[in-house]
Structures are given as structure tokens and as C-alpha cells.
Design a binder for this molecule. Structure first.
Ligand code: BG6
Length: 491
């Protein structure tokens, strides 16, 4: 069993959706694995006036399955609730006293994890009160875990970073990107750097293009209030997509340490080829879903969703062509796309190798390496194999590896890994400020290009995006490798 960690976890946003859907189940997973055991307490804070008993009921119902109700109750006994107005200094004093009391009761050695999982408008206010009301302890660790969105452009991200670094040092800040906690995202480094044959081929002489798809079948759901201020570019590309770009284009780190990994990632981001606004307009496509029939039911278009402006210009889809100036991969197109209401939920990466020159077998078709991140987890290498029988003709054949579904489900989920990392102080799978700064600078150019343009391409819900997303690759003589359906011409 893993080693127990000790801490008082102060959660801002204790009544929220993220806490109930992800954080409490993740902490329960840590409890079951003995990483949280006797020496921990969680203080959930939010505005509403709940009692500890009510809060614990909420926690139990968020985590308990059919067979572990008693264990869930024992786990929830470590949870305390404080009704908290994040702007009221007096409330931080009460919070501090409660934390000190629980520190003594659970013998947590002054260790504190401050977890910001609420509306980002309050992140800076909370950080400054933690300092002014002196919540940070002298002994033990003090770490800040902070959820996205981390800013909505470079300037706001910088302002937020300035305010949290007035209280916490970079080494104490754990900026969440939950994609970094995913099994198959974490597997990319091993695949790239643990296989000499892959290492040897991972360059512009062999790779034709790299494609990253983060497709969602759901629409905006109940999150229009947030999504209208964000859109797919900020919601998915600036963070999740860019992190995958870094993993796929970075050099080999000198060690598997946070410092070494952050160093090569920072370099990978610095190497991204910067576009002018005109180039960004030519290399990035946005789109918005329109109403369609899916499985016999009509789903609304984005502009008809509750809370969405009738003439909203929010992007629910983005496709783009990214290139790097890193010598090994210079000029290799990295095509990315993400969107709501696409055909199917799937996160996958495909590396297409260059087709061979005409030889014994004619022109050999390209080989493809696909990394399935979710929901399927595995790898497929498509090679040319000889057709069965009395022939020398070749045909694409798949070498498939898939993680066993049960085993994959039993492995710690992304949030469980990330909270464990924060508890043990491992920053490898968190966003360093240099990464955020670089990605926002990159995104700002695209935002500026779109601000000058009032065209919003559309795609029917259930398809893989507007036709412009296909044309983007056709311009290079390429095509999306994964095509659950082709575009049904939208306009
Ligand atoms: C979040 C976005 O960061 O990622 C959501 O805010 C999106 O809009 C989600 O649905 C997708 O995450 P996953 O893990 O389901 O691919």
C-alpha cells in the first residue's frame, strides 16, 4: 500500500459540481488506497449555509457505490463545512482557526493544500486573503491547487499569476490541467522515449503529419454562462490540446523529474512557430453547431441553447494547423481539432509517417501510429502487410494494443493521480507558468484574428465540424485520419 500523506485540505468550491463529480470520488480513491488515511481533514467552503452533517451526506452520496457505503461514511467523517464569503476577511480568520483545530486533531503537521475549484473571478481574492489573514503555516507544506480557466487571455492570466505568486512561490503552485492526469497522455513519454525504434523515426524525415482530435458528443450542457465567455479555443485548445502538442513535439527530458520535464516543455512551447494575425486566420478554423436530428431526436443548435445569445459568436469547434521550429520536426504540420456536438466522444492522436517512394511494391501507403487516449485506451500501429494468398499485394494491417477495460477502470482516474501528486509535492503533471504564458500568447493571436472576422462557419450537430476543417488539410494534400462521418455539407 502507498504511503499515507497528512494534510488539511481547504477546498474553495466545496458545494460545486466539480467537487461532487470529480474531487470527492478522487479523494475517496486515495482513501481506499491508504494515501489519505487517518491524518487528513477536508474543509469544504462555499456560500450556502450547510451543516457538517449535511455536507458529509453530500460527500457520501458523491462517492459511495453499492459495496462501500460504510467506508464512504468513515471517509466523510473527515469532512467539515464552513459557509464562507471569499471577500470577507473575518471568514478567513474562522477558517484559519478551524484548520488549526483540525491540524491538531488529525496530526497533519501543519500541511495545507488550498484547492481553488470555484468561479475563477475569486481566485485572486482568495489568494490575497490567504496572505493577509496569514493562513499559511510556518511548519509543514502549503500548496495551492488551482483549477482552470487560468485567465481568458495572456494579460488576464498574467494578472492572475501575479496575484497568486504574491502569496505562493511557483514551487507551491499546482495548476490543474486534468488531461495531464490521463493514463494515455502520461503514456506518451514512455512510448516516445522508451522505444528506440520510435525515437529513431520521430522526426521530419519520417513523419508526414501529426493529428490531435479531442471530440465531444455533448453540447454545451448547463454551462452556457461560462462557455459563452470561453469557447472551444480557450476551453480546450489553450490547455489540453497544447499540452498534448508539447508531449508530442518536445525533446527527451534528461530525467523524469518535474524540473526536467518542464524544461523541455517550455522549450517545445517556445519553438512553436508564431503566426501573424493574417497567418492565424489562414491556419485556424472555428465553427458553431446547428440543430440536427440525432438518434431520432432533435438537438438544439448552439444559438438555441439556454443561456446562449441569439447571435453568439462563441466557437464550439476549432481546427488548426500548428507547426514547430524545433529542428527535429520543423515544418511538420500538427493538425488539431476539438468541438462540442461532434459525432462521438474520442480523444486520439495519429502520427502519419511518410509514404515510401515507388519501389518493389509500388508506392507504399503511409503507416499510422494512433494513440487512443479516451474512452478507448491503447495504441494501434498500421503497417502494410502482404495480403493473404497467392499475391504480393500489400494491404494496411493493424497491430492493436488496448488496455483491458476493467484494468483501466481500476487504475486511478486523472483527478486521483493529480491530487496524489499535489499531496506528495510532484509538479510534473501540472502547468508551469511559462507554459501558460506561452500558450496564451499563441492563442491571443488567433483570438485577434477572429475578432476581425464576423464569419462563423457552422456544422450540424453530430458531424465532425464545418467543411473548412476538412479543407484546411486538403490544402496540404492531407486528410483527417479519423473520420467517423464526413461533413454533411453545412452551408
Ligand atoms: C474541460 C472543459 O476542461 O474538459 C469541458 O471545460 C470539457 O468543456 C472537458 O467537456 C472534457 O474533458 P474530458 O476529460 O471529458 O475529455
Amino acid at each position: 500500500m502507498a504511503e499515507e500523506t497528512a494534510a488539511v485540505i481547504i477546498l474553495f468550491g466545496g458545494s460545486g459540481d466539480l467537487a461532487q463529480r470529480k474531487l470527492y470520488p478522487a479523494m475517496f480513491g486515495l482513501y481506499k488506497r491508504g494515501i489519505l488515511a487517518q491524518h487528513f481533514a477536508v474543509i469544504g467552503t462555499a456560500r450556502r449555509p450547510w451543516t457538517d452533517a449535511h455536507y458529509r451526506d453530500i460527500v457520501v452520496s458523491a462517492v459511495a457505490g453499492d459495496n462501500d457505503h460504510d467506508q464512504a461514511v468513515a471517509f466523510a467523517a473527515h469532512f467539515y463545512y464552513q459557509s464562507h464569503d471569499v471577500t470577507d476577511a473575518a471568514h478567513y480568520i474562522t477558517l484559519k482557526e478551524l484548520a488549526a483545530k483540525l491540524d491538531a486533531k488529525y496530526e497533519t503537521a501543519g500541511n495545507r493544500l488550498y484547492y481553488m475549484a470555484m468561479a475563477p473571478t475569486f481566485f485572486a481574492t482568495i489568494a490575497s486573503h490567504l496572505k493577509s489573514e496569514a493562513l499559511l503555516t510556518d511548519g509543514g507544506f502549503n500548496r495551492l491547487v488551482i483549477e482552470k480557466p487560468f485567465g481568458h487571455d495572456y494579460a488576464s492570466a498574467k494578472a492572475l499569476n501575479d496575484s497568486i505568486t504574491a502569496t505562493f512561490a511557483e514551487s507551491q503552485i499546482f495548476r490543474i490541467d486534468h488531461y495531464l492526469g490521463k493514463e494515455m497522455a502520461q503514456a506518451i513519454m514512455g512510448l516516445r522515449f522508451g522505444n528506440p525504434i520510435i525515437k529513431a523515426l520521430w522526426n521530419k524525415d519520417f513523419i508526414q503529419d501529426i493529428q490531435i482530435t479531442l471530440a465531444e458528443a455533448v453540447g454545451v450542457e448547463e454551462r452556457a454562462g461560462y462557455y459563452e465567455t470561453a469557447g472551444a479555443l480557450r476551453d480546450m485548445v489553450q490547455n489540453h490540446v497544447m499540452q498534448l502538442v508539447a508531449y508530442l513535439t518536445m525533446a527527451e527530458p534528461t530525467a523524469l523529474s518535474a524540473a526536467a520535464v518542464h524544461e523541455v516543455k517550455a522549450e517545445a512551447f517556445a519553438n512553436l512557430h508564431r503566426y501573424t494575425t493574417a497567418e492565424a486566420a489562414a491556419n485556424f478554423v472555428r465553427g458553431q453547431y446547428t440543430s440536427a436530428q440525432i438518434a431520432g431526436a432533435t438537438v438544439p443548435g448552439y444559438r438555441q441553447e439556454d443561456g446562449v445569445a441569439a447571435a453568439s459568436m462563441t466557437d464550439t469547434f476549432v481546427a488548426g494547423r500548428i507547426t514547430t521550429d524545433a529542428p527535429a520536426l520543423a515544418g511538420v504540420p500538427i493538425y488539431v481539432r476539438t468541438g462540442k456536438r461532434l459525432t462521438r466522444k474520442s480523444t486520439q492522436v495519429t502520427v502519419t509517417f511518410k509514404p515510401g517512394t515507388p519501389g518493389l511494391f509500388g508506392t507504399q501507403p503511409a503507416a499510422h501510429l494512433t494513440i487512443y487516449i479516451e474512452p478507448t485506451q491503447g495504441i494501434t500501429l498500421q503497417l502494410n502487410g502482404k495480403k493473404l494468398g497467392q499475391t504480393n499485394d500489400l494491404t494496411p494491417e493493424n497491430l492493436d494494443f488496448r488496455h483491458d477495460k476493467k484494468a483501466a477502470q481500476a487504475a486511478p482516474e486523472a483527478y486521483e493521480r493529480l491530487i496524489e501528486d499535489a499531496l506528495v509535492g510532484d509538479q510534473t503533471n501540472f502547468n508551469h507558468w511559462t507554459e501558460l504564458a506561452a500558450t496564451w500568447r499563441y492563442i491571443d493571436v488567433i483570438l485577434a484574428a477572429w475578432a476581425k472576422d464576423d464569419a462563423m462557419p457552422t456544422y450540424p450537430a453530430g458531424t465532425m465540424g464545418p467543411k473548412q476543417a476538412f479543407e484546411l488539410l486538403q490544402q496540404d494534400g492531407h486528410d483527417w485520419f479519423w473520420q467517423p462521418t464526413r461533413i454533411q455539407m453545412a452551408d
